[in-house]
Design a protein. Structure first.
Length: 276
């Protein structure tokens, strides 16, 4: 479930509590949770945490030792979480990695991932560059509007799948795609390349507003998402259409929210988001 806002919340909490700390130990419970670089795991011990960055829905921890920098990249996937010791988990057997720190505001980070759709990667700079290049398109919070407009204009196909295509626009998943499109008044099946300049401009602005507001609220705790400190995100309270099938349209147009079955569940108002 974690999408861009949740990954950004994770990165900010790790940065706040652990930047400058030393990785005292790394325990990996099962080797298949590491997608790449498992033989290099011993290098990370006694390395200092230099930075924490977000790429799409992934969080990258940069460690430095002996003038060399390597990265631990955690894919949050559908159920992956990075948690401090104070956060309680329902099924501790699904903690597959433990990072022990010295000299920071927290002593441990646990990688909890029951369904294992996400993995960790242990890579150098070249590996990180390759990881980013093959997985992620532009970041919706940093891409400039002209580039965003160009991306939509040259792509044929339906708008909602395009917003969720990680290799085109990185970080937006089903929840935020629904919320963004409702606020803009665009149908999930609208053709991206046919949008007017004015609609693209509004889509760009609302996309950024929704994602930034969700980050401010700590993300959306739908199903199993918790921040590293165990707190739940409150943006779910601001959802207007996601999971609201059958409820009155919040625009008070007289219709109810419907559910459109396509690649993923799409929630929309048939009046406020007309298909033509």
């Amino acid at each position: 479930m974690p999408e861009l806002p949740e990954a950004e919340v994770v990165a900010r909490q790790l940065r706040d509590k652990l930047l400058g700390a030393t990785l005292a130990g790394i325990w990996i419970g099962r080797a298949d949770i590491v997608r790449e670089g498992y033989p290099t795991r011993a290098w990370y011990e006694n390395a200092g945490l230099e930075s924490v960055s977000r790429y799409g829905k992934s969080v990258a921890l940069a460690f430095k030792k002996d003038n060399q920098v390597r990265y631990l990249v955690a894919e949050l996937g559908m159920t992956g979480l990075l948690l401090f010791p104070s956060a309680q988990v329902k099924h501790p057997q699904h903690v597959h990695v433990r990072l022990t720190f010295a000299g920071g505001g927290e002593t441990e980070v646990r990688y909890w991932n029951p369904r294992r759709f996400g993995r960790m990667s242990l890579v150098d700079q070249t590996g990180l560059d390759r990881y980013i290049e093959r997985r992620f398109g532009c970041d919706p919070l940093s891409v400039e509007q002209p580039e965003f407009s160009r991306i939509l204009k040259v792509r044929r196909g339906r708008l909602k799948p395009l917003l969720m295509h990680q290799q085109i626009i990185a970080g937006i998943g089903n929840i935020y795609a629904n919320e963004i499109l409702f606020r803009v008044g665009l149908h999930p099946n609208a053709q991206a390349s046919r949008l007017s300049h004015a609609k693209i401009e509004r889509l760009y602005r609302v996309m950024r507003e929704v994602l930034q507001e969700a980050i401010f609220c700590g993300g959306s705790s739908v199903k199993d998402f918790f921040a590293p400190d165990g707190t739940q995100g409150k943006y779910k309270q601001h959802h207007l259409v996601y999971g609201k099938e059958g409820e009155p349209c919040p625009n008070r147009c007289g219709k109810v929210i419907r559910r459109l079955q396509s690649e993923r569940s799409s929630f929309y108002c048939p009046t406020c988001q007309r298909s033509s």
